[in-house]
Design a protein around this ligand. Structure first.
Ligand code: HCA
Ligand code: CU
Length: 451
């Protein structure tokens, strides 16, 4: 086998290394069981891997190729993309998720994996109902296998995870890890069923560090209690260098930590060291790309989303026109969300109606008329049909009920005005928001405020 010049031993890990597991853990999301709707084909997988590499992710976890012939082929296709991007983006390590089983290991090595992420259940539940081995037996087997892999493949990045680590008593965990630690580069401590709390995570990291002072640790937090983000954040701040995330936090059950949610919070908390080497402005685009693969919108609970910049309440919309910070605390534009959306709907007040019709659509109207139009609009929009657009309704009212006409701009000036808007936008120096229409939900329903 050719020697890989990009060996891990030459890599200087950054303060935070994301191990993306969208294509492994993410594929275990219940969504994916709606096969024809949410299936990732090879092309999707390749695009996802490419986007992650461009974002700055250096570790991508994939299923062991033994899982299926399809996974084996997909592994090869992803590896080809990785190779293609080496000159431009540097090396990205592909890690295969393997059981402590020689066949899994062999399939991953044959596929050219850079590392093996071993896992086996350690908690009592796992041992009794998953593989049925007692601690000593499973430790012995894992140790023999890891020792052998380490001897024959010294260049591979090896990780060992005791699945369900947060329901495994520490003495049990240590009994196993003590035996394994000489052969691995990282120890995982996955919260498989989402029982961990931030305090528990901090305590666990402390205990692991005391016992294995030179080891690297990896976190993997499920969101059953809604703590996946908070747990990962605490883990990073307490020195855990490797964190498993997925795009939009997809994964089994409630999923795991979302990558962009984690970066966003590290940024807000000024943990800037941990952002080294990641293209944060690509956060929203990568979320949109992935959401489109799932044929969904970026979920509203994802911090790096347009929903987090969308306002429907009339009072809020008015305040927002005056000063965005009233209802927007964080600089989401750093994460690629460069617009705010003000949805026209039953809660819209006359301010936004006035703004929309005058500033965006160019109608001639005063505030009094805007108030009257808003009242009619409110009434009509409460009875809106599924295929009706609030924007069209508003324009219909403005033109046909109130007979509004456009502010007339002589033909020869029209281009100039457009150019001026563009130039302002590029200079990012516009004191007041410039606006255009967006179609966030498939129909023209929003005013989009560009800053
Ligand atoms: C699984 C369980 C796992 C593994 C995590 C790891 C978990 O689906 O195999 O290998 O570190 O949550 O424990 O995702
Ligand atoms: Cu998991």
């Amino acid at each position: 086998m050719a020697v890989n010049p990009f060996q891990f031993k030459h890599y200087r890990p950054r303060p935070l290394e994301i191990i993306d597991t969208t294509l492994r853990e993410g594929s275990q999301s219940s969504l994916l069981h709606d096969h024809y709707k949410y299936f990732f084909n090879q092309n999707d997988k390749v695009e996802i891997a490419r986007a992650l590499i461009v974002y700055g992710v250096k570790f991508i976890e994939l299923f062991a190729p033994i899982v299926s012939p399809q996974e084996r082929d997909d592994f090869a296709a992803i590896k080809a993309v990785r190779d293609e991007l080496i000159m431009q983006k540097g090396y990205t390590f592909l890690l295969a998720h393997v059981r402590c089983h020689p066949d899994d290991v062999a399939s991953a090595i044959e596929a050219g994996a850079d590392g093996l992420n071993f896992y086996i259940g350690l908690s009592e539940t796992s041992r009794m109902y998953n593989h049925g081995r007692d601690l000593d037996e499973l430790t012995r087997r894992a140790k023999v296998l890891l020792e052998e892999v380490r001897r024959h493949h010294p260049e591979l990045i090896l990780r060992f995870s005791g699945e369900d680590a947060f329901r495994t008593p520490e003495p049990h965990l240590f009994r196993v890890y003590d035996e394994i630690v000489p052969f691995v580069d990282r120890l995982g401590t996955p919260d498989t069923v989402g029982v961990a709390t931030p305090t528990g995570v901090v305590q666990r990291i402390k205990a692991l560090r005391e016992r294995y002072p030179t080891m690297n640790f990896e976190g993997h937090f499920h969101d059953d209690r809604g703590f996946a983000l908070f747990n990962a954040l605490e883990a990073v701040k307490n020195g855990m260098r490797y964190i498993n995330t997925t795009l939009l936090g997809v994964g089994e059950r409630s999923g795991i930590t979302s990558m962009t949610a984690l970066f966003f919070n590290l940024y807000i908390d000024k943990a800037y060291d941990h952002l080294e080497g990641y293209n944060l402005r690509g956060s929203y685009p990568i979320n949109v790309m992935f959401a489109s693969k799932l044929k969904k919108l970026v979920p509203s609970k994802e911090p790096v989303s347009l929903t987090n910049r969308t306002h429907t309440a009339g009072v809020h919309q008015k305040a927002l026109l005056n000063h965005a910070a009233t209802y927007e605390a964080f600089p989401l534009d750093q994460f690629g969300v460069s617009e705010s959306e003000v949805l026209l709907g039953p809660l819209s007040g006359w301010n936004i109606v006035h703004y929309f019709l005058k500033e965006i659509k160019g109608y001639n109207l005063d505030e009094g008329t805007a108030r009257q139009i808003a009242a009619v609009f409110k009434e009509r929009v409460y009875n809106i049909g599924p295929n009706d657009s609030p924007t069209e309704i508003l324009i219909d009212i403005a033109e046909n009920q109130f007979g509004l006409s456009h502010i007339s701009v002589p033909e020869r000036f029209k281009d100039n005005i457009l150019q001026r808007l563009d130039a302002d936008q590029e200079a990012e120096s516009t004191p007041s928001p410039k606006a255009e229409i967006a179609e966030p939900y498939g129909r023209e329903a929003a005013v989009s405020l560009k800053r």
